[in-house]
Write a protein that binds this ligand. Structure first.
Ligand code: 5GP
Ligand code: MN
Length: 347
């Protein structure tokens, strides 16, 4: 069997075997071992879909003591409130105290686990991820930076565990795959991505309905908010060695004014990144008084994961993020200062 990416440089067979044996060694049933699944703070489609798809797979194997959680406030973006397997999701305070095994999804660094980092003390910790910046903080690492989504690692593990894809698992994994490939648009959309998508769609799920719900539905207020945030964007053509940077920001007051939740801002990086005159796009989203969640995107000239890592975050070459402090202008100035050092000169 090849790695999910179908290319070298992925997960070794020894690592796959270690993960499979760890799961097979668990006792199923109502008195069996406790299995805790975790994904990253502010979970996105890949984090939630991968985790819940795997949770359902564990149920199919007869494991009844399975809980899924994520750190921070127990609130899901509306588009994910219909995902299969949500009955297995609990607030972080209800995570098992001493699970026999912990599986961690789409988490590149311990900082993304918040208070749930305590779970790293479990006897067995398996990390499923696809971030090049993954710091390998667990016991077994199913981490392939060439995989477009963590859901590809989940498919690889479920397959090796003999769990067939059913429509519920498939819906979770499809949401994950479609999210992290930007609806099959991004550079890692390999034949293996489409091959997995084909197997998922073959279970009978409805990609049109799922995509409309996940990507193409938003409240009127969110659209009006987008208008303001995009309207205040700035273009800095001399940044990144003349490749250009476009940036904008959104405050908590903006969210209040339009009565919107923070997750609606996440999608706004897509119109910002479409600006032809800029290789780099930056969206600065207020999280607290002086704290900002920053999304970075590149068209290829800049490795934005280097910028993000330098500022305490992480991510991928073309999509990364970090937490910034100060004013939006100060946060963007920090990014700008690092851009020239992160030019890849590959394009
Ligand atoms: P987004 O901009 O969509 O929130 O994130 C883009 C990518 O950067 C994702 O792969 C995400 O995991 C990563 N990322 C975003 N924010 C952070 C952060 O604060 N820390 C780390 N390690 N990665 C981040
Ligand atoms: Mn992901």
């Amino acid at each position: 069997m090849t790695t999910p990416s179908g290319e070298p440089g992925g997960v070794t067979e020894a690592e796959w075997s270690a993960a499979v044996e760890a799961v097979r060694g668990l006792a199923p049933g109502p008195d069996g071992d406790e299995i805790q699944l975790v994904c990253h703070v502010n979970p996105d489609g890949d984090a939630l879909g991968s985790m819940l798809g795997f949770a359902l797979g564990m149920r199919r194997l007869g494991f009844t003591r399975v809980r899924a959680t994520f750190p921070g406030e127990f609130e899901l973006p509306v588009p994910y409130q219909n995902l299969p397997g949500l009955d297995l999701l609990v607030p972080q305070d209800e995570a098992y105290a001493r699970p026999a095994i912990v599986l961690i999804f789409d988490v590149a660094a311990v900082s993304r686990l918040g208070d749930l980092r305590r779970l790293l003390a479990a006897p067995c910790v398996i990390v499923l991820d696809h971030h090049a910046s993954n710091t390998r903080f667990g016991g077994v690492h199913l981490v392939d930076p060439r995989a477009a989504a963590t859901s590809m690692m989940v498919d690889g593990l479920l397959g090796r565990l003999g769990v067939p894809l059913d429509a519920q698992i498939a819906e979770c994994l499809y949401v994950a795959l479609a999210t992290d490939t930007g609806s099959f648009k991004f550079e890692l959309t390999t034949p293996a991505v489409h091959e997995l998508a084909a197997r998922l769609v073959a279970t009978g799920i409805r990609p049109g309905d799922i995509s409309r719900r996940i990507f193409d539905t938003r409240p009127f207020g969110a659209m009006k908010l987008a208008g303001e945030v995009l309207g205040r964007a700035c273009l800095d053509p001399t940044a990144a060695g003349g490749r250009g940077m476009v940036w904008t920001y959104a405050t908590l007051a903006d969210l209040d004014r339009f009565d919107q939740r923070p997750y609606v801002l996440d999608a706004l990086i897509d119109p910002v990144r479409s600006v032809a005159e800029a290789d780099v796009a930056v969206l600065v989203k207020q999280a607290a008084e002086n704290e900002w969640g920053v999304s970075l995107r590149s068209k290829g000239a800049v490795d934005v994961s280097k910028v993000a890592v330098a500022l305490g975050g992480g991510g991928h070459r073309l999509a990364a993020g970090f937490t910034g402090y100060g004013t939006p202008g100060e946060v963007v100035a920090q990014v700008r200062a690092l851009l020239d050092q992160s030019l890849t000169f590959s394009t």
